[in-house]
Design a protein around this ligand. Structure first.
Ligand SMILES: *[C@@H]1O[C@H](CO)[C@@H](O)[C@H](O)[C@H]1NC(C)=O
Ligand SMILES: *[C@@H]1O[C@H](CO)[C@@H](O)[C@H](O)[C@H]1NC(C)=O
Ligand SMILES: *[C@@H]1O[C@H](CO)[C@@H](O)[C@H](O)[C@H]1NC(C)=O
Ligand SMILES: *[C@@H]1O[C@H](CO)[C@@H](O)[C@H](O)[C@H]1NC(C)=O
Length: 469
């Protein structure tokens, strides 16, 4: 029945007809991640990279988003959860920009995961098991409630559910991971009446790897990953043109700070920063006591950071700040006052040698009034500034989360880095378990060594302080 000769116009026409179903199938495969996964299995690019998404009940994720009006008593989270957690589109500035809330990482990460190229529906094939629990949205509903049993209840039920699954038995949960979009202290209630729930104190969560915006220096079961910023590009070109833009921009302020002082803490570094910035003509302050709305506006925050050479990142209620990432995305060189604010945290993301991309000024030295930030920062030569800024700009792609609604082509974002490292970490644990060695997530303990020893155990600024006392 098939035409036997090629070349005749009618025969060609038949061939074209025969091709149509194949073309349709290819088009379909392109749009159905699950099928495409099956297809790519044969090509082996996924060997050792498969991830299985645990099919947890919707009360632990999508129902929380549906009931967004109950997520926070302070913020309108219903705006924040739109666009798969990116928040309202502010692309009138530039493509890929959203007014992203700092607590929506769980939704963004989950949706990025849905586009991960090596998903499997066969859990025994998976290198790691993802639990798409929105841990931070869950606890965020009850943080200011007094009843600790209410705060704990859903997360305990979730753990019971996960533990009862056959996937748990394989490695006692040591191949499981999840994302928590709030700081670790919200999940580590110490005293009966203390702050937070006790999700990360449970026996199950000692085995699960928790990726979190601020980790605990005293525990090995959580690992810090970047806060979400306002920038969620979907193409490599959007990234490249942004990098080019912040590289070329002229910056009129030597340094800047966006935040509020903590007047309740007498020795607060923030108080000192406010004083120093207020007294310097070369510092720009976005005072979040007075300019509250500006502080929640992506546009004014990015405008400030884009006009500044250095951005001060003192700790606030906790060690880390979302602002660190907003600043770095703007090509602004971060200034840290506590090594817990970044160096000991984001070790998967930041170079060990912090002097390459940031300035460290020990908090005590500022509190004791031994240093003038303006003098210290203006000592950097133009060449040094350019080198450090270039280091920051190079890091941008891996410090941000791409648009979770598309598959990213040709670049890696913070999600990709996290997945690679989780698979590596689980692989290490797996081989230790096979050898029967005691499980200990030793890599995190070593993170302490990264900190201040890089300059031979001395602060780069020691000499400077001695001269300026
Ligand atoms: C965001 O809004 C702009 C204009 O307001 C529009 O052109 C663009 O397509 C929107 N982007 C997305 C991803 O919705
Ligand atoms: C799942 O994967 C395992 C290990 O690769 C394999 O032995 C098993 O046959 C697979 N099951 C299904 C239903 O494909
Ligand atoms: C955690 O992992 C260890 C080591 O595999 C295992 O002995 C223990 O039972 C696991 N804990 C839970 C709660 O399953
Ligand atoms: C760290 O980076 C700084 C600045 O580039 C450089 O001077 C120093 O030698 C580096 N230290 C190490 C241990 O590589």
């Amino acid at each position: 029945m098939f035409p036997s000769k090629v070349g005749h116009p009618i025969h060609n026409f038949f061939y074209t007809l025969l091709l149509i179903p194949f073309i349709l199938i290819l088009i379909h495969l392109h749009y159905i991640p699950q099928l495409r996964t099956t297809l790519s299995k044969s090509s082996n690019e996924c060997t050792g990279k498969y991830i299985y998404i645990q099919n947890i009940p919707s009360q632990y994720n999508t129902d929380l988003v549906r009931d967004c009006d109950k997520l926070s008593q302070w913020t309108d989270m219903c705006m924040a959860v739109t666009n798969t957690g990116l928040g309202p589109n502010i692309s009138n500035i530039n493509n890929g920009w959203y007014n992203t809330n700092q607590f929506t990482l769980e939704i963004i990460f989950h949706n990025r995961m849905k586009h991960y190229k090596c998903l499997t529906t066969n859990s025994s094939q998976a290198s790691a098991i993802f639990i798409p629990f929105y841990a931070g949205l869950d606890v965020g509903r009850h943080l200011w409630g007094t009843d600790t049993s209410v705060r704990d209840s859903d997360s305990m039920e979730l753990l019971k559910w996960v533990k009862s699954r056959p996937e748990w038995q394989r490695m006692g949960g040591n191949d499981h991971f999840l994302v928590a979009g709030r700081v670790t202290w919200d999940f580590r209630r110490i005293m009966v009446s203390g702050w937070g729930n006790s999700f990360l104190n449970q026996p199950e969560t000692q085995n699960i790897t928790t990726l979190i915006i601020e980790s605990s220096p005293w525990h090995t079961n959580d690992i810090a990953i970047p806060y979400p910023t306002y920038f969620h590009p979907s193409t490599k070109n959007e990234i490249l043109s942004w990098q080019e833009k912040v590289r070329k921009i002229s910056r009129k302020y030597l340094f800047s700070f966006a935040g509020a002082p903590r007047s309740d803490v007498s020795s607060s570094i923030r108080q000192k920063i406010f004083e120093q910035c207020g007294l310097s003509k070369r510092c720009k302050l976005l005072d979040c006591r007075n300019d509250g709305n500006e502080c929640f506006s992506a546009t004014s925050i990015m405008k400030l950071f884009k006009s500044s050479i250095f951005c001060l990142q003192p700790k606030g209620d906790s060690y880390t700040r979302r602002s660190t990432f907003d600043a770095m995305v703007s090509g602004c060189i971060p200034v840290f006052f506590d090594s817990e604010s970044a160096y000991f945290q984001y070790k998967w993301y930041l170079p060990k040698n912090y002097s390459l991309y940031s300035v460290f000024v020990p908090e005590d030295v500022v509190n004791e009034g031994k240093v003038k930030l303006e003098e210290l920062l203006s000592e950097f030569s133009e060449g040094e500034v350019i080198r450090m800024r270039e280091e920051v700009i190079k890091m941008i792609p891996k410090l941000i989360y791409g648009d979770p609604r598309v598959e990213l082509e040709g670049w890696k974002d913070a999600f990709d880095v996290a997945i690679e490292r989780v698979i590596e970490r689980v692989g290490k644990t797996r081989s230790e378990m096979k050898k029967g060695e005691l499980i200990e997530a030793s890599d995190e303990k070593e993170s302490w060594k990264y900190g201040l020893s890089v300059d031979g155990g001395k602060y780069k600024w020691d000499g400077f302080f001695q001269n300026h006392v």
